[in-house]
Design a protein around this ligand. Structure first.
Ligand code: SAM
Length: 163
């Protein structure tokens, strides 16, 4: 169930420390058909609508080479999310779970990620399918889908030790 900043039965909010600047830069903006959280899908679908990822200057040259991948991982800042819940009730039915066991947009640092299917590369952005964010959501990063990479090094002794 989509949230509109209410506290639901059983939920726990904390007083978060003052936000400090982690040095993130918004490198673009995501254009989607959804202007209200009630309309927005909870997770993107490969057969979802085509959305446009606009890349700001001076980052556009960083698009070079992206076109060779079928899928890209899109990282974005869920800028309208509250950030103070440690236990949440996603279904608003009295059952609660810890924030880190959920993919809820409500989290201390509201970073969202989706694996999107690449439709077209343009000079100033990408057309993709598979997003689930509101129109105007700030873009943090783009990376090729990690499953398209093979491990570089074979397994080493000690790989299984707890750090
Ligand atoms: N796929 C991402 C993930 O798993 O990290 C995000 C999943 S989150 C459940 C998607 C929901 O976040 C949408 O259904 C919408 O309710 C909400 N949402 C989307 N864009 C948002 C934004 N810019 N600010 C706050 N909430 C947003």
């Amino acid at each position: 169930m989509v949230r509109r900043n209410e506290i639901r039965t059983g939920e726990v909010a904390i007083e978060p420390p003052a936000a400090s600047n982690a040095g993130l830069v918004f490198i673009g903006r995501i254009h989607t058909p959804w202007t209200d959280r009630l309309m927005c899908p909870r997770q993107g679908r490969a057969d979802g609508p085509i959305c446009r990822i606009e890349i700001f200057e001076p980052w556009r040259p960083a698009l070079d080479g992206v076109g060779q991948y079928e899928r890209v991982e899109v990282l974005y800042w869920l800028h309208l999310s509250r950030r103070d819940l440690v236990r949440q009730s996603p279904a608003n039915d009295g059952s609660v779970r810890g924030t880190f066991s959920l993919r809820s947009p409500v989290r201390p640092n509201p970073i969202g990620s989706s694996i999107a299917t690449l439709v077209q590369v343009e000079a100033d952005g990408l057309l993709v399918r598979g997003l689930d964010c509101l129109d105007g959501t700030p873009l943090l990063d783009l990376k090729p889908d990690r499953t398209l990479f093979t491990p570089i090094a074979p397994r080493q002794p000690g790989d299984d030790e707890v750090g």
